[in-house]
Ligand binder design. Structure first.
Ligand SMILES: Nc1ncnc2c1ncn2[C@@H]1O[C@H](COP(=O)(O)OP(=O)(O)O)[C@@H](O)[C@H]1O
Ligand code: SF4
Ligand SMILES: [Mg+2]
Length: 328
């Protein structure tokens, strides 16, 4: 790819200091996001997905979370050294978040219309009337019925599916460069989930926004993502264009995820993979999947893992696959 990535991260590690005990939710992650990418991050609960996502917008509490990286760049901003006013600009203009529970991001005391338009009026100097028109347009694109009257409603007057569309509309109002959607459909029923993912797909293409979509449901990513990143134990273990990952997973952990296919809800995973999920109080010197991998050798635990491109655009962090010692 010739163009510069919009987001470039090298060797990002995050430590949580919880009164004497340390937790290591992100362990030495390097990655890039290009304009128009629709990245799906998939991983079991507790693998560090949300903390990673929050670090991009500097939404982690200082003093509790310490963030270190060799490079952490978004557009022209060095995220390791930014003033609060630059952060506000980034969050208000360039990065739009959608969280799992829309009630968290919506203000119960303000109408949908006010919430959707206030940032556009404040950050872009758009007139109230034009902002309202944009909001109604976006709600209509998100297939919310009767958008004009919904604008006058309060969040509690809407269903969960409607609220989630409002939360997505809020993230889209400023046509952000990057949308980060953290399990945005998890609380919804299966049909609505697919509908919302499809709408996010269509709209992100129309607006040219890159998207990071976080989920533990691999099946949702098949029709959405351009690329999938597989996260486990605070590390990215494999990245690939979506069809390559499904067709030819290169990492033993991904292979199991693909065989389970859909939702990585815990019981299924535990039944399929012996041993316990990774404990994030451990800083893994090598492969975090070591304890549960049937191919594991001593060296997997001792040598640092890094993503290596084995097929075009398809990277794996399995040392033994990289050396050609195992094939799946
Ligand atoms: N505020 C916190 N204090 C202590 N540990 C935390 C805190 N937030 C998250 N963690 C731990 O960090 C790890 C990663 O969490 P998270 O990023 O939320 O995982 P995921 O989104 O993949 O489910 C988990 O082990 C979680 O228990
Ligand atoms: S590096 Fe070793 S332990 Fe990790 S997935 Fe590969 S073979 Fe298994
Ligand atoms: Mg999470």
């Amino acid at each position: 790819m010739g163009s510069l990535p919009i987001l470039e991260i090298e060797r990002l590690s995050i430590v949580i200091n919880t009164g004497g005990e340390k937790v290591y939710p992100v362990q030495d992650i390097s990655c890039r996001v290009y304009k128009g990418d629709r990245i799906g991050i998939v991983g079991e609960s507790g693998s560090g997905k949300s903390i990673f996502a929050l670090s991009i917008g500097n939404l982690l509490t200082p003093g509790v979370f310490s963030v270190k990286a060799e490079k952490f760049r978004f557009l022209d901003y060095n995220l390791l050294n930014l003033s609060e006013s630059s952060w506000q600009k980034i969050r208000g203009t360039h990065i739009g978040y959608v969280f799992q529970e829309s009630l968290v991001s919506l203000n119960p005391h303000l109408t949908v219309g006010t919430q959707l338009t206030e940032h556009l009026v404040a950050h872009r100097g758009v007139s109230k009337k034009d902002a309202q028109k944009s909001a109604v347009d976006i709600l209509a694109k998100l297939q919310l019925s009767d958008p004009i009257s919904r604008m006058k409603m309060y969040p509690h007057q809407l269903s969960g599916g409607m609220r989630q569309r409002i939360a997505i509309a809020m993230a889209l109002m400023l046509t952000p460069t990057l949308i980060i959607a953290d399990e945005p459909t998890t609380a919804l029923d299966a049909t609505l989930q697919v509908q919302i993912v499809n709408l996010l797909n269509i709209i992100s293409r129309e607006y040219g926004s890159s998207v990071i979509f976080i989920t533990h449901d691999l099946s949702l990513l098949a029709n959405f993502s351009s690329h999938i990143w597989v996260m486990y134990g605070g590390k990215i273990l494999e990245t690939a264009p979506v069809e390559c990952l499904y067709r030819e997973p290169l990492h033993p952990y991904t292979k199991i995820l693909i065989s389970i296919r859909h939702n990585l809800e815990e019981k299924k995973i535990l039944k399929t993979i012996p041993g316990s999920p990774p404990d994030m109080k451990t800083l893994y010197p090598g492969c975090p999947f070591y304890d549960r991998c049937r191919f594991a050798k001593e060296e997997c635990n001792n040598s640092a893992v890094s993503l290596v491109e084995l097929l075009p655009n398809h990277y794996t962090a399995c040392t033994l696959v990289q050396k050609g010692e195992i094939t799946l």
